[in-house]
Design a protein around this ligand. Structure first.
Ligand code: GRF
Length: 222
């Protein structure tokens, strides 16, 4: 069984402020509320030992990109329409390398990443998905959940692998489905939980105190 021990960022994250901060690259395609929430958490000192080095989007007019610029972040568009996936991902990698990004945080990034991209950041690409995976991967997860009739929905933070919404699960949060729920209302409650979950999961991964055994994310007690 495969066992990978993360040593990565632990020394950098724990400890005092003068240590180097882990450089995050945030990839988004849309409104960017998860990005903004992570930025707020870092600013408030709730997510420590890291900084957002780059916000990168495949959608030139993504509201999240505009919001990043307004907040003074380095924000770059690498438009994807009409560009073959491999070529686009290579360009994305160049931006990330140019900004010395160490971890990639997908925050509503609506494109599947190539194996070449993922190999450049082994176990260093995280995603958040608005369902309790492995249920309801792909688009419109909240609608899928509601239409299926589940009583409990939620969100998942996972490492990204070659399959869509499939990698090792880091953390999940539950959201109860209410009678007469709508996609909009359920999505709003799930999003509120996403905003709690993602910074916590990022902190855990950056701490380096875990092992991945096969599909299991196993916290390591120190
Ligand atoms: C979130 O629901 C996230 O789970 C999914 O895409 C959405 C992005 O929302 N991957 P936002 O752009 O962060 O507001």
């Amino acid at each position: 069984m495969e066992q990978q021990v993360s040593e990565s960022a632990s020394q950098q994250v724990s400890g005092s402020d003068h240590r180097k901060r882990v450089r995050l690259g945030v990839l988004l395609s849309g409104r960017g509320s998860n990005f903004l929430n992570i930025a707020d958490c870092i600013e408030r000192g709730e997510l420590r030992g890291c900084e957002i080095a780059l916000v990168l989007s495949n959608v030139a007019d993504a509201p999240g990109l505009a919001a990043a610029r307004e907040r003074g972040f380095t924000a770059v568009a690498q438009p994807s329409p009409g560009v073959p996936r491999a070529e686009h991902d290579r360009a994305m990698l160049e931006h990330l390398r140019a900004h010395a990004v160490e971890y990639v945080i997908l925050a509503g990034y609506m494109r599947v990443l190539t194996p070449e991209f993922l190999q450049a950041f082994p176990q260093r690409v995280l995603n958040i998905h608005p369902s309790l995976l492995p249920s309801f991967p792909g688009l419109d997860a909240q609608r899928q959940a509601l239409e299926y009739g589940v009583k409990v929905a939620g969100c998942t933070v996972h490492f990204v692998d070659d399959a869509v919404d499939h990698g090792v699960v880091v953390m999940q949060r539950l959201v109860r489905v209410r009678e007469n729920d709508t996609v909009a209302r359920l999505s709003k409650r799930i999003l509120a939980q996403e905003h709690r979950l993602y910074p916590e999961a990022i902190a855990r991964v950056l701490s380096g105190r875990y092992e991945v055994r096969g599909r299991q994310y196993v916290p390591r007690l120190v």
